[in-house]
Design a protein around this ligand. Structure first.
Ligand SMILES: [Zn+2]
Length: 453
């Protein structure tokens, strides 16, 4: 009897290197080589990027196989051994967790996973859910990784998803400069525009596909489908050996963390959220160049911060005016005072008010602009000395330098989950299928990857 078998892994990652995607890749390849049939590509599931204790990207991994019930114990042993082998348990920040779930993913698990995208979930809650849906939990050290491991199994790609192809370095090269030709990255970016995204930052020309740390990832190309990312990788000039390659299905570039719309009065620290409101005041610039503006809805008001690094998003924020209508998305941060700030990741200007400025009146005799005679004193023409009362100021509608629309930071300041402008209007729904043809396609496309060097 074949059954769906799901493995969730989180936090074999630490800031000093190591990478959960690498662990998942090794395990996926080992299981496939032993003849087990995958139901899908490995999933790379990004969770709420605004939780304070994340490592680099707050990602978790899950693998999905179709397995004979009599082989479940064997697969579990392989999985745990694989995670143990690739994790440096001596590192303080590493708390790997593995979750096994047998059968169709149930609604409580899906709901837990959806909340893990935009809320703060406790380990206690994760334990309760695991128990109620009969998921098997293995903690290799602390319990912090449990939330991610469980959430990755229940992820929902039904509304949108993307793919990332990751090439890994050999152990000898880890820690050295990555030898990928920048020219070839730019050419690939031009060739695969619309099919891949965030390869190059358009303003700085910097390649965004290579990380900078001592981790085993050489590069990752994000895109719309497995074939495009594979072809894009094969266009690159890479002057170092590649150890292995894997394609992940992922929620990166989908704005999945901003799907929860909240009222201002219901905001809590570290949520990712979307809020609709009216601008309270003229924005101000604070130390560091960040722009702060306050918005309100019927339930309260909150400061919004557009950081110096957010480019045109910051420039647009600076041009907002009281009574403008906006929809603001981002993470909620508590300030030492206990008040909350929304760190803006996306700004939608939905309507702009007329910005009225009061000007001194023109002289009715000669047309010259009058000057003020002092506070509350009225106006006088400089040329013909005619005088006008103090209520003779004229209203002037000022040109608004921004338009209604959506404003994003430049790609170099994107979160993994940020939906790039190039994906506007794109949504790739997918049913989680178990039919044989899709499984064959997966194995075929993974086998078609040639390791160029
Ligand atoms: Zn005059």
């Amino acid at each position: 009897m074949l059954t769906e078998f799901h493995i969730g892994i989180d936090d074999t990652d630490s800031t000093l290197g190591g990478c959960t995607t690498y662990t998942a890749t090794l395990l996926f390849q080992e299981l496939v080589s032993k003849g087990f049939k995958p139901l899908d590509f490995p999933w790379l599931v990004r969770l709420n990027p605004n939780v304070p204790w994340k490592t680099r990207g707050n990602g978790a991994l899950s693998l999905h196989f179709s397995i004979g019930e009599e082989q479940l114990e064997e697969v579990k042993k392989i999985a745990i051994a694989s995670v143990e082998r690739t994790t440096d348990l001596a590192q303080q920040a590493t708390d790997p967790a593995v979750v096994f779930f047998t059968g169709r993913v149930s609604n409580p698990l899906r709901e837990f996973s959806a909340r893990a995208l935009h809320d703060i979930l406790s380990v206690r809650e994760a334990r309760q859910i695991a128990e109620s849906v009969d998921a098997e939990v293995h903690l290799l050290k602390g319990s912090r990784g449990l939330v991610g491991a469980l959430a990755s199994v229940g992820a929902d790609f039904d509304h949108d998803h993307t793919f990332e192809i990751i090439a890994y370095r050999t152990s000898e090269t880890i820690g050295t400069t990555r030898r990928v030709s920048l020219d070839s990255v730019r050419q690939m970016d031009t060739l695969f525009r619309g099919l891949t995204f965030n390869n190059v930052d358009p303003e700085t020309g910097r390649a965004l596909i290579c990380p900078h740390g001592p981790d085993p990832v050489l590069l990752g190309i994000r895109g719309e489908d497995p074939t495009s990312v594979t072809r894009a990788l094969n266009k690159l000039e890479i002057d170092e050996p590649i150890e292995r390659i894997m394609i992940f299905k992922t929620n990166q570039g989908t704005d999945a963390h901003l799907s929860c719309q909240r009222r201002i009065g219901a905001l809590r620290p570290y949520q990712s959220t979307t809020v609709t409101g009216i601008v309270n005041n003229v924005p101000r610039i604070v130390r560091g160049g960040h722009v702060i503006f306050r918005i309100h809805d019927a339930t309260g008001s909150v400061d919004c911060a557009a950081y110096h690094t957010t480019g045109s998003l910051r420039e647009t924020s600076l041009q907002l005016f009281p009574e403008d209508s906006v929809t603001v998305s981002g993470g909620i941060r508590p300030r030492p005072s206990g008040e909350l700030t929304l760190n803006v990741e996306k700004l939608e200007v939905t309507s702009l008010v007329d910005k009225i400025r009061l000007e001194n009146p023109p002289c009715t005799n000669c047309g010259t602009r009058c000057e003020s005679m002092g506070r509350g004193q009225g106006f006088r023409c400089r040329k013909c000395k005619a005088r006008f009362p103090r209520n003779s100021r004229v209203e002037k509608v000022e040109h608004r330098r921004i338009r209604v629309g959506v404003y994003l930071p430049p790609p170099r300041a994107h979160r993994h989950l940020t939906k790039p402008a190039s994906r506007n209007g794109i949504r790739r729904p997918t049913p989680f299928g178990t039919n044989n043809s899709s499984m064959d396609e997966i194995l075929e496309s993974l086998a078609s990857i040639s390791i160029a060097s």
